[in-house]
Every structure is written in structure tokens, then in C-alpha cells.
Design a protein around this ligand. Structure first.
Ligand SMILES: Nc1ncnc2c1ncn2[C@@H]1O[C@H](COP(=O)(O)OP(=O)(O)O)[C@@H](O)[C@H]1O
Ligand SMILES: [Mg+2]
Length: 483
């Protein structure tokens, strides 16, 4: 214990004020958590009642692990009489109260990021470039929903100068309350595309659901929009309906405020020339793919909107690492040599698979190596699903992919559409695909693994990572379901 304890993130008095609850004793918390497995000592534990589990079952555990206090809506069994609690009517409302209070008490400039793809990547790039210009906080991972966003806000340090928050949705009406809570100074919509389209009749409805991000904007805010997207005008009109909201467009479009002049797309990054409100810049983006170039334009537009240093931000992009499962690369051992793994296992949708295949097409395999794509089902695509899976055959061929492995029944449509020379192997799920892909990999190969989160393609990644050391027979043999 050091003498000078840092100012707590939350005192029990502040928690009471923010939630309207009642404290059983005084405490000071240095963080906020809703999961006793991942919490840190000193956290305020908020017992959220979820569809699959009830945080109240873990309050005692959290306190044992050093939680400073817990926000509850009922007293669970096994708690000491003097347990430090804040008793509230509804813990999710309490979490929202904490988020609102954190937002109100600080002076951070707040950026909200949504879009059909690229939210987390853009958010992480903003975290990186803004961190070198002032204390920056950002949502962890993809904590972007009705509890993830309030939790992220509640974690915002008092002295944050910039706060970057991801907002996601599967249904209309979900982003609106998130925007009202975060009250962004700058709202970014990376792009509109058919992702989670099962819950929408058409892409225009998706655009409208994303436009809810403008609902809570601060007066005189900025909307940062993809100038090349077909819904640009529609979104710009909807942003302009907010008081004083200005629009910055990014993209290739000649009228884009942050405009791509040229991009040299390399196998391991891109050299970009862009005009930011007329000022020409050249910079390097250290993650390969045109999609990252476009995301970088959105980042610079946000930096400009915040009044921060655009040139310095552009320089920082050379340091950017692809977030885990979103294009991260690793050279790995296999029998007789090494191969390159491109780990895209975190998620997949038609646009992001096509973007990733374009990158794969620009990576040169080693001697005698091949380009191998390992693809798991793209979920939540609704009635277009079969067609969109089959349609991947064309970009696979265009990218010069030599061998395709598929996992999942939706991918059967792609399998059928593939020339037989490209068919490497298929299986009912990621777990069952491990043996055949593991057996196929040779030195010099470039292997890209991609699939929707629920397709669990990280199992294939884990199997590939163990090729050099662990004998394949020792891989667990259990079949793995989707979910
Ligand atoms: N602008 C973009 N266009 C197409 N694909 C993208 C774009 N930005 C990121 N991606 C890809 O989409 C996938 C999901 O990226 P991520 O940043 O996690 O998005 P989200 O948070 O919106 O789900 C990754 O494979 C990533 O490489
Ligand atoms: Mg995300």
C-alpha cells in the first residue's frame, strides 16, 4: 500500500447520488465491474441480472476478491451483515446512472463510434492516436450494448480528456438510449452494410438505426460519415437535423472533407496520401487492407473535429496494431518450416470477408506455399444468407486463393459454388475442421481464418498455433456447437 492513495473513481456517496440507492457503509472504488471473473480488487461490482446469469449470485465472490462495494437490487445469500452495498431498485438503471454521472462530472470530449463494420478497429485506432495527445479512455473490446456502454462510461476516469465509446445494435431503437447517455461531441458511422441484417428489411433501415447515434449529440457537434457510402446523403440529412451539427465526410469522393488521394496497399500495411480539409498529409497505416485505410480517414476526421493535432495523429497510425482476431499476423512453426497465420477469427460479415480476402490476395506466400482461406459461417444474414455465402467464391478466386476450408452448414453454399480445385475440406463446425486444416498446412503457406463470432473459428486458430509443438492427437476431440 502506498501512502498517497489515488483519488477513487467512485466514492460510496457518489454512487448513492448517481443511482438513488442506499449505502450500507462507506467505501471508495477504483474501477467498475459486472463480472467477478475478470474484476480487479478495488472495483465496484454491479450485480446485473442477465438472460443467462444473475450477478447477485456472485456478489459474495466479488467481495471476497476485493471488490470495494457492490450495487445490488436484492440482498443475496451468504453476504456478511456488514457487506459494503448500495441497495437500489434496478441495477441496470443504477449502472446507467453511474454512466450518466461519469459523463456529467468530467470534461472529456466524447466520441461515439458505430457502423456496420470497423467499430472496434476505429475505436482502438482513436484510442491510440488520442492517447499521445491527452488522457484517453475507451470502451474495452466490443462493450457496446445496453450494459456495455453504460459500464464503459462509468469507468471513465475523472481526468479523461478524450472518451471513445463503441455503440452497437442488432435492432432498431438500441442506439438511441446509448447516444442520449453518452452525449457525444463527435459521432462516427464507419459504414452501412448488410451485417446483422436478419433483423432488418433493407439496408436503409440499418442506416436509420445507426443514425440514432445523433439523437444525443451535444449542440455544435460533428458527425463523421463515410462519403462513399450510398447512405451518405441520408445520414448527413439526419445529422444536420441536430442543432448545430456539422458533417465531415471521409472517403475517396472528390467532395470528402477527409479525402483519400492515393493508397499503396502493401502486404503488411499501406502508405496513404490524404487531404484533411485541404491539407495534404502522407502517413503509414501499419495494418494491411484498404478497409483500414478508410478507417484511418475516419480517425483523422474525428481528430480534426476534436480540435486535436491531426498530423501527430497521422504519425501515430504507423504504430497501430490490428486488434486481436481482426487481422493480426503471426509466423508459426509447422512440420518442416513455418507458415503465416492471419487471424481474422473474431467476426465475419460479407463486407469484412471480402476486405480480408483482398488483403490475403496481396500477401505473397513463401516458397512452395499457398494462400489458404479457412471460413466459418457468417451468421445473422437472414434470407440473403445462402446467396451471400455463395457469392464469396468470386473474391476468393480474384484473391488468388489456392485452397478453401469451410466450417458450418451455411458455408456449404460456398463449397458448392467453388471450383473443385479450390476445395480443401469442409466440416460441420470449427471443432470438426481442425484435423483436416492442421494436416494440410505446409511451410510457406499463408492461412487466413475468418468467421462470425458464433462460428468459433478461434478453435481453428488455436489448433494452428499448436501445430509446431503439440501433437495433433492431443487436441480435444469434443464436437463444438455454435452459440
Ligand atoms: N471499413 C471496413 N470495411 C470492411 N471490413 C472492415 C472495415 N473495418 C474493419 N473491418 C473488418 O471487419 C471485421 C470486424 O471489425 P471490428 O473492428 O471488430 O468491427 P465491429 O466492431 O464493427 O464489429 C474485422 O475483420 C475487420 O478487419
Ligand atoms: Mg466491435
Amino acid at each position: 500500500m502506498t501512502a498517497a492513495a489515488p483519488q477513487p473513481l467512485w466514492s460510496s456517496e457518489e454512487v448513492v447520488a448517481a443511482t438513488g440507492g442506499r449505502a450500507t457503509s462507506a467505501f471508495r472504488a477504483t474501477g467498475v465491474s459486472i463480472d467477478s471473473r475478470t474484476m480487479s480488487p478495488g472495483d465496484l461490482f454491479v450485480a446485473i441480472v442477465g438472460p443467462n446469469s444473475d450477478g447477485h449470485d456472485y456478489v459474495a465472490d466479488a467481495l471476497r476478491k476485493g471488490a470495494a462495494g457492490a450495487v445490488v437490487q436484492r440482498r443475496s445469500a451468504g453476504l456478511a451483515a456488514d457487506a459494503p452495498l448500495v441497495e437500489t431498485v434496478d441495477t441496470l438503471e443504477a449502472l446507467r446512472g453511474l454512466g450518466a454521472a461519469a459523463r456529467a462530472r468530467g470534461r472529456a470530449r466524447v466520441v461515439a463510434v458505430t457502423g456496420s463494420v470497423g467499430k472496434t478497429g476505429t475505436k482502438e485506432a482513436l484510442r491510440l492516436v488520442l492517447s499521445s495527445q491527452g488522457a484517453t479512455t475507451a470502451s474495452e473490446g466490443s462493450l457496446n450494448n445496453h450494459w456495455g456502454l453504460p459500464l464503459s462510461l462509468a469507468r471513465m476516469p475523472r481526468d479523461a480528456r478524450f472518451g471513445v465509446f463503441e455503440m452497437g445494435m442488432n435492432h432498431p431503437g438500441e442506439i438511441l438510449p446509448l447516444s442520449r447517455l453518452a452525449r457525444p461531441h463527435v459521432a462516427v458511422i464507419t459504414t452501412i452494410a448488410a451485417v446483422h441484417s436478419a433483423h432488418f428489411d433493407n439496408e436503409r433501415q440499418i442506416a436509420d438505426a445507426k443514425a440514432e447515434i445523433f439523437a444525443g449529440m451535444m449542440a455544435d457537434g460533428f458527425a463523421v460519415l463515410n462519403r462513399d457510402n450510398e447512405f451518405y446523403e441520408h445520414l448527413a440529412a439526419s445529422a444536420a437535423a441536430q442543432a448545430g451539427c456539422r458533417v465531415l465526410g471521409f472517403g475517396r469522393h472528390p467532395q470528402a472533407d477527409v479525402r483519400l488521394l492515393s493508397a499503396e496497399l502493401g502486404g503488411d500495411g499501406s502508405l496513404v496520401r490524404a487531404a484533411v480539409l485541404g491539407e495534404h498529409l502522407a502517413y503509414r497505416v501499419a495494418v494491411a487492407g484498404e478497409h483500414w485505410v478508410l478507417n484511418s480517414l475516419a480517425v483523422l476526421a474525428v481528430v480534426h473535429a476534436l480540435g486535436a493535432d491531426v498530423k501527430s495523429a497521422a504519425r501515430s497510425l504507423a504504430q497501430f496494431q490490428a486488434p486481436a482476431g481482426r487481422g493480426r499476423r503471426q509466423s508459426l512453426p509447422c512440420s518442416g518450416g513455418t507458415f503465416l497465420l492471419i487471424d481474422e477469427s473474431y467476426n465475419a460479415s460479407p463486407v469484412s470477408v471480402i476486405a480480408a480476402l483482398a488483403v490475403l490476395g496481396r500477401v505473397e506466400p513463401g516458397r512452395d506455399g499457398r494462400r489458404i482461406a479457412v471460413l466459418g459461417d457468417m451468421l445473422e444474414l437472414g434470407s440473403d444468407s445462402g446467396m451471400r455465402h455463395a457469392a464469396l467464391a468470386e473474391p476468393l478466386i480474384a484473391a488468388g486463393v489456392d485452397l478453401v476450408f469451410t466450417a458450418g452448414s451455411r458455408m456449404d453454399r460456398l463449397w458448392e459454388a467453388l471450383p473443385s480445385s479450390l476445395r480443401g475440406g469442409r466440416a460441420a463446425d470449427a471443432g470438426a475442421l481442425r484435423a483436416s486444416i492442421s494436416a494440410a498446412v505446409r511451410p510457406g503457406d499463408v492461412v487466413m481464418v475468418k468467421g462470425s463470432h458464433g462460428s468459433r473459428m478461434e478453435l481453428v486458430v488455436a489448433a494452428l498455433k499448436s501445430l509446431g509443438g503439440v501433437a495433433e492427437a492431443s487436441l480435444p476431440l469434443c464436437a463444438v456447437s455454435g452459440g
